[in-house]
Design a protein around this ligand. Structure first.
Ligand code: PMV
Ligand code: MG
Length: 366
């Protein structure tokens, strides 16, 4: 039996802008995982079982006499897509395909099944691709794993920067810039899959960041789940109308995140904190312009409490719920901050950073 795991993530800065090329984001991988095990089936029938997601519900809309299922919040859609694309790679390598049983387990969501918003769809996609490649004894570099998982994820969600997939593959703290999606679609139509996942992708940049000594990451969970894909759809709907202010938003976000990355390079916690605060304001304004609720009242409160206790705080990811993050230093009153969060219905999540992954094939454990 082969067992692999892939971590969840949090966005630290650069959200929404990172959907466009040449706009960096900072992310961090966390030590909460999706676990996948795979073994050869004893007979001709394979199985796919997902412990947490078996009783999930689906969203759908009516298009005339048709029911259209929104698969983007359905983890099974990501598992199936990951299998399909990983097998496409395996098949093109000339390997005979087999029948297997695949089990998915996760500690990315709370014990009662509520989503923290830590990127479970990305982690489940990465873990599944990883398991399939190991099952067929194919070595997988991080780049290969990222590319197969990114294609599988994008083909289900149809939007997203894929920064969450990168964090799950590479681990640690990352600066991430997305690739040219139109180019990729064209490549997939005209070239062999194997060629597409082994060539360089225009625009894609993934760089490990070293956190300064003494820098702390605190995570607060609002206990309110949010749908990233729906928020991204809503923000896209305004893009054409907001031409000038959208371009300005991209420019401001880019400048802010580049300064933050420089803060990592210099080991300057204060500079990172300053840019967290700048990015918070940029995202607040973006939410207002687009009429989307990024910093909802519970996140606003989370941030106010953190700032009161000398932490630099902002929403994480698409906002609208899920988590907020705080970059703290020695000056941050961590205990008092957490206590006040708890008193206000915000749960501190005591997760650690998942370390940088040098090689992926060594992840297997029995
Ligand atoms: O809400 P999260 O943690 O899934 O983050 C979404 C970040 C966005 O930039 C809004 C979308 C994306 O895919 O990058
Ligand atoms: Mg979210």
């Amino acid at each position: 039996m082969i067992s692999v795991k892939a971590p969840g993530k949090l966005f630290i800065a650069g959200e929404y802008a990172v959907l466009e090329q040449n706009c960096p984001a900072v992310l961090v991988a966390l030590n909460r995982y999706v676990f996948v095990t795979i073994k050869k089936s004893p007979n001709e029938t394979g199985s796919i079982y997902s412990k947490q997601y078996s009783q999930d519900y689906l969203h759908w809309v009516r298009h005339g006499d048709k029911i259209i299922i929104d698969n983007r919040d359905n983890p099974f859609a990501f598992i199936l897509s990951a299998i399909q694309y990983a097998e496409k790679y395996v098949h093109e390598r000339g390997i005979r395909l087999a029948v297997y049983d695949l089990h998915v387990n996760s500690n990315l969501d709370s014990a009662d099944g509520k989503k923290y918003g830590l990127g479970s769809s990305a982690a489940v996609t990465v873990a599944t691709v990883k398991a399939i490649l190991q099952f067929y004894q194919l070595p997988a570099s991080r780049d290969l794993l990222f590319k197969i998982a990114a294609i599988a994820h994008y083909s289900v969600q149809q939007n997203g920067s894929l920064g969450d997939v990168a964090a799950s593959v590479y681990g640690g703290w990352l600066a991430y810039q997305t690739f040219d999606k139109k180019w990729l679609q064209q490549e997939l139509q005209v070239k062999d899959f194997i060629q597409v996942v082994t060539e360089a992708w225009p625009g894609l940049k993934i760089q490990s960041l070293t956190p300064p000594k003494g820098m702390q990451l605190l995570i607060g969970w609002t206990q309110k789940p949010a749908s990233t894909s729906q928020l991204v759809d809503e923000s896209n709907a305004q893009k054409a109308v907001l031409q000038y202010s959208y371009a300005k938003f991209l420019l401001n976000s880019r400048q802010c995140v580049l300064r933050m990355i420089a803060g990592f390079a210099k080991g300057d916690i204060k500079l990172i904190q300053k840019q967290i605060r700048v990015n918070r304001l940029i995202l607040q304004k973006f939410g207002q312009l687009n009429h989307i609720a990024v910093e909802i009242p519970r996140l606003h409160q989370l941030i106010q409490i953190a700032e009161k206790h000398h932490g630099a705080a902002k929403t994480s990811g698409a906002g609208g719920g899920d988590c907020g993050i705080v970059i703290g230093s020695a000056a941050t009153e961590v205990n008092a901050l957490k206590q006040e969060w708890r008193a206000n219905g915000i749960l501190p999540l005591d997760f650690q950073v998942h370390p940088v992954q040098q090689t992926v094939v060594t992840e297997s454990e029995n």
